[in-house]
Each structure stands twice: as C-alpha cells, then as structure tokens.
Design a protein around this ligand. Sequence first.
Ligand code: NIG
Ligand code: FE
Length: 393
Amino acid sequence: MSDSFLIDNIGSLVTNDPALGEGILGLVEDAALVVEDGLVTWAGPRSRIPEGAARERFDAGGRAVVPGFVDSHAHLVFAGDRTREFEARMSGRPYTAGGIRTTVAATRAATDDELRANVRRLVAEALRSGTTTVECKSGYGLTVEDEARSLRLAGERTDEVTYLGAHVVPPEYAEKPDAYVDLVRGEMLDACAPHARWIDVFCDRGAFDGDQTRAILAAGKERGLVPRVHAGQLGPGPGVAIAVELGAASADHVTHLSDADVEALASSETVATLLPGAEFSTRSPYPDARRLLDAGATVALAADCNPGSSYTTNIPFCIALAVRDMNMTPAEAVWAATMGGARALRRTDVGRLSPGARADVVLLDAPSPVHLSYRPGVPLVAQVWQNGTPRLP
Ligand code: NIG
Ligand code: FE
C-alpha cells in the first residue's frame, strides 16, 4: 500500500499554480493537500477532498502552508568566518571582492570532515527556516584539488552543485591572472565538471572582467555545464549581457543594471536572482526589484549564504527585506523564494504544491503567507516535510 497522508485544515495554501487558486500564488483558503509516496497528488479546497484520499490525517489547525523555499544561490563549503571584516564594515569600511581570499586560506587548511560538517550545519540551519532545496557553489578552494573536493562535498548534500573556480584570482596568481583563467577553463574544469551541474563566474570589480567571464563560461558549456553569473553586485559591468548571451539560468545580485540589462533579462529565460542579504550585510543599496518585475523579468530571491557578504541562510528574512526595502509585494516575494528559485535552477518538481510536485511542504505558525514579511525576525516555521517526510522534531 502506498504511503499517503492528508494535510487538512490549512487556513491558506500557496500552490503557486494560478489554475488552482487566487493570484500568482494560486492561493487556496480553507485548503487541504494529499501526499503520496513523497509527491503531492492533490491540492485544493477542503470541500472537495477526494474520497478515500489518504490513510493518515495531519491537522494544520488553520495555519498557512507554503512550498519549501528553493535557495538557488549559496556558498556553503568554507571554513572559518569573517567576523572582524563584518565589524570593520559596520564601522564604515567598504566590502571588496578581496575578502574572499581570507576564506580561501582557511578552506584550504581545513580537513574534508571539517568542511563536510560546515555544509551539514548550514543545510540543517536552512531547513529550520523552511529551505528544502539549496544550491551550493565551490569557490573557496581555487586549486584544482580544492575546487574538486569542494564540489564533491557539496554533492553529498545537494544535486545543485556549481563550479565557481572563478570566484577571485588566488594570491599565488596575483601577478598572472590570465594564467589563472586558463587553469579555471582547462585543468581545473576537467577535474570539476564531473562533479557539477552549473558553472558560475564572479564578474565584477576586483574579480573577473567580461572577456575572462565569457571564456570561462563558454569552456564550461562545452563540458555540459550550464552557466549562472554573479553580475553587477559591486558596480555596473558586462555580466548580465554575457549571462543572457550565453543562455545562463540566472544572473545573480544584479544590483547595478543598465536599461539594456533590464531589457535583456525581461526578454530572456535568464532569471534575475536578488540577494538582499548581501546588501544588508554590506550596507549597500538594494537592487531595484520593481524595475525588473515591471519590465517582465522573472525574479528569484536567494540567501547567498557565505561568510563574507551575507552570512545568513534565512529565506524568511530575505523575504522581509524584499518586501520592506525593495518594494516587492508580500506575494511577489514568496513566489520569488519558491517558484522563482525553482526557475533559476530549471526545476519543475519543486517551488510549487500542485499535483506531481515533490512534497516539500512548510507549515507556518501563522494564518497567512503574508506573515513571512509582516512578522520579521520571528521563527514562523512549525514543520517542514521534505519528499513527504517530516524533518523537524
Ligand atoms: O555572492 N560576490 C561574490 N561572492 C559572494 C561573496 C563571497 C565572499 O565575500 O566570501 C557573494 O556575495
Ligand atoms: Fe554569491
């Protein structure tokens, strides 16, 4: 007999399927959800629950249910932290790409088990705030061996693994950056491609320029990796144009955008992934989400967890920032952190709660998904099911 259960008495259910409910969130009030063998098999109003739908019944007590958050941008394979750098920044020092090198030194010196424990800790932390799918990049190894090891360790926790050998030029290549680019698109790519689905480049001031970015992403594409790009975080640049030109799944940060960039994103499949945790923690101006949304671009929200620019795994916090400081509506922000993240990872099985989706379900201690931004900083996640299995005690 199949393993099935009914989540009943849901006050407000986000399906992200406009055919099932109201607005972009496909919101159903007084709803229920049927899960079978780890998949959603039915979602809708309680008045229409199919007969004999499930063996077990869970009473949501009138609370809200949303899809598990899909965090499409994270750097979890690292050692140490950068508390001092954060403190200095909060006393007025600006954020620069060079800080990455501090974490590179600590990461190279760490054992596999230390790095493994860090990834596990952060994935568990993210789960507690409702994240059920998380992408994970390399980028703090920056040698052939350390990048391949970072990807292998990331792959123990997620399928969404991204090769980011082009995070910054490591100190030993400071005088010969082009030789480092050749390594990243040559021997390092050979060692890393088997362990990754995606390839990313930090295209920005103090990191990699347009020509370097294009060369690295093109080499990755030849090896079957799909590009995603860190673009326009620290200043304007060619990152977005290159992302769209190469068919990248997403352009991330996109804080500094030209009109042509906005137009390019709006008329392409490349998702604009906004990372407000980075602007918060670097005390920088937020990206203009309204400009992107009003132009018709697909917008995702992600936490960008990393020890430098955004040391948070908390998607509800990012939703609250997006609503309060980036003028997104509460519904747009919830969509961006669920369906938007799924689009950025080219996934159709997550980010929604409609038939056929993976049963990644978040129960909130709140009557409505609006509370994710209305009650900032409050831990509202009461239960998380991943593939239909309850994950919180
Ligand atoms: O996405 N921008 C580049 N990478 C990270 C920051 C990495 C770091 O500072 O260690 C980011 O913000
Ligand atoms: Fe990043």
